[in-house]
Design a binder for this molecule. Structure first.
Ligand code: GLY
Length: 368
């Protein structure tokens, strides 16, 4: 059992992110250190629960922690008012008190929903993230963004509520489908693209073999988490720099919305296409070299990820509708779309100065 720790330093809301093997089996001792032998309650989903819940409950029971579980349906549709209400009422029925813990065992959907349930239960109960997807390990479980979707857009309802601990068990990634792993990798590459060219260089070399190399995968997760921790420490509530973490997301969310947040396009696949579009737009605006978008697209192709709108199966709405869907993005300010663009690999910045004609040209080219 080997693991590393990244500390997220947020004063009274500080916490550790442990990354490595065997962490679910260690969860009892980690959690006892947080709460003594008080109670905990687990929120999970049907897929993850079947694979890892019994092992987690055993690990907690070995430390004398009784942790009942509520299993929710798997999938993005669970991030809704109805499931949130069910989860919160269940936590109340389980008599989870202020000093107890909520444990999120699952991917981004469960982490976001359980974190939000913990944020509003009794005006705030601590929670632990046990992320089981690559995407959740490198992004959504760290940083305290919690919430659910509105029918009008993704993640529009939520709260900042930092976890008390994150246990990113690399072993559980072995149970993911190759497609889910690749999609999560879209978020890993994002860190290199937004702020660390050296990391992107390393990913270009290590990436294609990374899923068969646990040490390399752990290094990629640890580096991604460390980069995210740094950004969150400097800008917890996204007044500035944290928006860089949304590289590729303005485009990606619009494409996800256009495809119904389903199997046609997974979130990380939308991010891969979105990152390529962001670099293409940056190059067309003369901000970065013409080679940069080709390098980004080539890396995603090498990883088996889509990089163009044309890679999405089925029909899509026209460009005007896609731009309208981008208008639902949380980064919109004073009615103006804001984009994360780049002056080169690893040099992202936020701007609202985007020429609509260029935007349409980029979308058009990506459809061909
Ligand atoms: N997933 C973007 C953020 O946490 O800010």
């Amino acid at each position: 059992m080997t693991f590393e720790t990244v500390h997220v330093d947020l004063g009274p809301r500080s916490y550790d992110v442990r990354i490595g093997s065997g962490l679910i089996d260690r969860a009892g001792s980690e959690i006892t250190a947080l709460i003594g032998r008080r109670r905990a309650a687990i929120l999970t989903d049907e897929n993850v629960g079947g694979l890892h819940l019994a092992r987690l409950q055993d690990a907690l029971a070995r430390e004398g922690i009784d942790a009942p579980a509520l299993t929710l349906p798997a999938g993005e549709a669970t991030k809704c008012w109805a499931e949130l209400g069910q989860a919160v009422e269940w936590l109340i029925a389980q008599k989870i008190e202020r000093k107890d813990l909520v444990i999120a065992l699952g991917g981004g959907v469960i982490g976001d929903l359980a974190g939000f349930a913990a944020a509003i239960l009794r005006r705030g109960v601590r929670f632990v993230q046990i992320p089981t997807s690559l995407l959740a390990q490198v992004d959504s479980s760290v940083g305290g963004k919690t919430g659910i979707n509105s029918p009008l857009g993704k993640n529009l309802i939520g709260a900042f509520h930092q976890p008390a601990l994150v246990l990113a068990d690399i072993d559980v990634l072995e149970t993911l489908t190759p497609r889910d792993l690749r999609a999560g990798y879209g978020e890993v590459a994002k860190y290199g693209l937004l702020g660390d060219e050296g990391f992107f260089d390393w990913l270009e070399a290590a990436g294609p073999a990374i899923f068969a190399d646990k040490a390399a995968l752990q290094r990629a997760v640890r580096h991604s988490v460390a980069m995210k921790a740094g950004i969150v420490q400097r800008d917890e509530t996204e007044q500035g720099e944290r928006a860089l973490l949304n590289l590729g997301h303005t485009f990606g969310h619009a494409l996800e919305s256009a495809t119904g947040y389903g199997d046609r396009l997974l979130h990380g696949e939308g991010v891969a296409i979105g990152c390529t579009l962001a670099f293409d737009l940056s190059a067309r605006m003369g901000l970065c070299s013409q080679e940069a978008p080709s390098r980004v697209a080539a890396h995603f192709a090498a990883m088996g990820l889509p990089s163009r709108i044309a890679d999405i199966p089925g029909d899509l709405p026209d460009d005007a509708r896609l731009v309208e869907l981008m208008g639902q993005d949380k980064k919109v300010q004073d009615g103006k779309l804001r984009f994360i663009l780049a002056r080169g690999i690893g040099q992202a910045f936020v701007t609202d100065a985007v020429d609509p004609a260029m935007l349409h040209a980029v979308l058009g080219a990506s459809r061909r």
